[in-house]
Design a protein around this ligand. Structure first.
Ligand code: DAT
Length: 178
């Protein structure tokens, strides 16, 4: 059977899962990677492991990502295809890398509880809730990629999580067969 080539000539698709922290990116991406036998790349972990940052931001309590180093690190894997990238931002990756961009969204009070459980307080907590209320990641995704490859999925409950993994597995399968 003829294999479809992606935007960049790859034989397997690349998927980006983005959204406000706490919406379920890592949980969804790792379940999907296992179901679809693809590689899960958590950008936050990669940045820490490989020191792809310019130090620690005291105000926002996170590493200052060196976007050029992250893109250089990922280029070969992305060219090969078969990656599920998980990150709370999406505007610095080359547009050609992704065949689909998924934005997870969570109802504000549920998100608040998840982030509070994670130990977020004060402005770190309120900034993230505001980010979700104003749909910052959905806007960023629509500005950075063709609108037809961007999909917003609800991630409030375990049922949502299971449905999202199943929907995305179906999509990955159909990409591989077409
Ligand atoms: P993220 O990677 O977006 O920061 P996560 O995958 O670490 O989010 O999930 C944050 C917490 O919420 C974690 O305890 C698992 C839980 N969770 C994730 N998605 C969920 C969902 N759809 N329903 C209920 N809980 C969920």
């Amino acid at each position: 059977m003829a294999q479809k080539n992606g935007i960049d000539g790859r034989k397997k698709p690349n998927l980006l899962i983005t959204g406000t922290p706490g919406t379920g990116k890592t949980t969804t991406a790792s379940a999907l990677a296992e179901a679809a036998q693809l590689r899960h790349i958590n950008i936050g972990d990669l940045v820490k492991e490989k020191n792809l940052h310019n130090g620690w931001d005291e105000q926002f309590e996170c590493y200052i990502i060196n976007e050029d180093l992250v893109c250089d690190e990922l280029e070969d894997m992305m060219e090969e295809g078969g990656n599920i990238v998980d990150h709370h931002g999406c505007d610095f990756f080359p547009e050609r890398w992704f065949d689909r961009v998924v934005v997870l969204q969570t109802e504000n009070s549920l998100l608040y509880d998840r982030l509070a459980t994670r130990g977020y307080t004060g402005s770190k907590l309120s900034n993230n809730i505001e980010c979700e209320i104003f749909q910052v990641l959905l806007e960023e995704a629509k500005e950075s990629y063709q609108e037809e490859i961007v999909v917003a999925l609800r991630s409030d409950s375990i049922d949502d999580l299971n449905n999202n993994v199943s929907t995305l597995s179906d999509w990955l399968r159909s990409w591989n067969m077409s």
